[in-house]
Design a binder for this molecule. Structure first.
Ligand SMILES: [Zn+2]
Length: 420
């Protein structure tokens, strides 16, 4: 049973992030937080101490495991990036040993960056996906993860007919869904509207519902994608329509990007309870656009953040939250009339990385908070010392902007120390 001691950062809601100096977090034998209180723990073996902060672990709600070692390859449009970077990265995973090696590097990278929960896409290869789950199980990462599903408009080696793809997904789900003490969740991962037949999408919706699994996919990522969807389905308006018709939009669905959602589409998404995963770094990297974050929030869509590795070059989630704030500021300074757009405050950035993301993942009662009864997914960090001398609201801001991976001293997931 470990006891952590330091300044607690407790994101509570969209506009509230509390700071509790000189506090302790006690982790129970069951991997959950047993107690949170003021003062140092009894005994001398507490983890942390003077100068340390305790944070909930970060949640990255959209990224691609096979693209871990393909970050930062600039200069391509979305479609060219898919052809030249993303698809070759996945094709390697036909070799399970290669897949396992990248999965090891991915998990090491996540833990080193303080990410304790991922909602991530795998490759279309069942053996590679099984190996990745084995790595997650052994090393302790919390993961919502699955086989990439697509049966059209991808290179032949990555395409699997709908029936066989769903069979493989069902077998992997039977093996991994809710395993690892509930830490591992199988997810259905149809790549996108243009790469999946209606037959595949309907099968995904049925399988997800029957086992209570998440669906991870991409939506409205760029104008070019939207026009491709319209060319494929002249009778439908866009990918929201297609996903609604095939039953894919539920409160366990995570829609990556959503750059080009109009107000009416946002209302349509909001009614289903599906979440949008904002990927501000990738949206800029591939020049897909500046997502209207305020529009998503006003539509009351659940929102989480995604590093979108590898189209997003930055796996460190506080910097992804900073990019979310900066993107909104860019829209704010260009807004006409002046003052008609507001950018989120740093407290909201922390919420998006922790409790808010947990709610978007429909896991808000288990992770994302330093509270008794929650899974002990937490970080012990030693940030720059001057932050401790600031007023509380300034601390919330300065910590978000200046925290770096090398400040992380310990990472706990489900009460187990997993690194860095
Ligand atoms: Zn993606």
């Amino acid at each position: 049973m470990d006891s952590l001691f330091g300044t607690l950062l407790q994101p509570r809601s969209w506009d509230r992030c509390d700071i509790a100096p000189a506090s302790r977090v006690t982790i129970g034998e069951d991997g959950k937080i047993a107690a949170v209180g003021a003062g140092a723990p009894a005994g001398s073996d507490a983890v942390g101490g003077e100068g340390c902060w305790i944070l909930p672990g970060f949640i990255d709600a959209h990224l691609h495991l096979p693209q871990w070692d393909c970050r930062g390859l600039d200069g391509l449009s979305l479609f060219d990036w898919q052809k030249q970077v993303a698809y070759p990265a996945e094709e390697r995973f036909a070799d399970p040993d290669c897949a396992e090696r990248v999965a090891e590097e991915f998990v090491g990278g996540m833990i080193a960056h303080g990410t304790t929960t991922v909602a991530a896409f795998g490759s279309p290869f069942p053996e590679a996906t099984d190996r990745a789950f084995r790595v997650f199980e052994r090393r302790g990462l919390r993961a919502v993860f699955g086989l990439m599903l697509n049966d059209m408009h991808v290179p032949e080696r990555l395409s699997t007919p709908a029936g066989r793809a769903l069979e493989s997904a069902g077998a992997l789900a039977a093996r991994w869904h809710n395993q690892g003490g509930g830490r591992l969740q199988y997810a259905l991962c149809p790549r996108s509207a243009t790469c999946c037949s209606k037959e595949l999408l309907r099968g995904v919706a049925a399988l997800a519902e029957s086992i209570g699994a998440h669906v991870l996919t991409h939506i409205a990522e760029s104008e070019a994608v939207e026009s491709a969807v319209r060319d494929m389905y002249p009778d439908l308006l866009d990918d929201v329509d297609l996903f609604a018709e095939t039953g894919l939009l539920t409160r366990r669905t995570l829609l990556g990007h959503g750059v080009c959602l109009s107000d009416s589409l946002r209302r349509q998404v909001a009614e289903t309870g599906a979440a949008v995963v904002h990927c501000p770094t990738a949206n800029l990297f591939l020049e897909c656009g500046l997502m209207d974050y305020l529009g998503e929030r006003q539509a009351q869509i659940p929102v989480a953040l995604g590093s979108s590795v590898g189209a997003g070059p930055e796996p460190f989630m506080p910097q992804v939250a900073v990019a979310c704030l900066q993107t909104a500021k860019a829209l704010k300074v260009r807004a006409i009339p002046r003052g008609s757009y507001t950018a989120p405050r740093p407290a909201e950035g922390w919420w998006l990385l922790t409790g808010g993301a947990a709610q978007a993942l429909d896991m808000g009662d288990r992770i994302g908070a330093l509270e008794p009864g929650y899974e002990a997914d937490c970080l012990v960090v030693r940030p720059e010392p001057w932050i401790a001398g600031l007023a509380p609201e300034q601390q919330v801001s300065a910590l978000l902007y200046t925290l770096r991976p090398h400040h992380i001293e310990h990472v706990y997931i489900a009460g187990r120390r997993v690194g860095p």
